[in-house]
Write a protein of this length. Sequence first.
Length: 139
Amino acid sequence: MKVVTGVVGNDVHVVANRLIEISLKERGFTVYNLGVNTYLEEFLDALLETDADLLLISSLNGEAEGWCRDLKILKSAYRFRKDVLFVIGGNLAVGEVEESVIVPKFEKFGFDLVYHQKDLNASLDEVERVLAQRGGAAA
């Protein structure tokens, strides 16, 4: 399975980005890591170029909402396979915001799975289950 990953927007959390890459590789994914300070359009371009099965965007500075709110609009302009899984995780809001508020907001933006302040490995376990259910072999 192929995954495009990186940190969205003006976020420079390179250590977290590297840990995500290592975790994905340990699970057998082919990883295309775009690094930090990545625009949403760069993620989508890379998703098309690599024909990846999964887009996994991370954010730790809490500013993902501003960088990701146009995902649904941009998805309609690109021609993605219907089985591509769109995932975002990390600290997705500035300040104390409940998961019950954050998750529906990002789902409305066009993400299939949203992990606000969740454990990386538990989240990746669920991503693998969802990919397997969609017909792709888990990594």
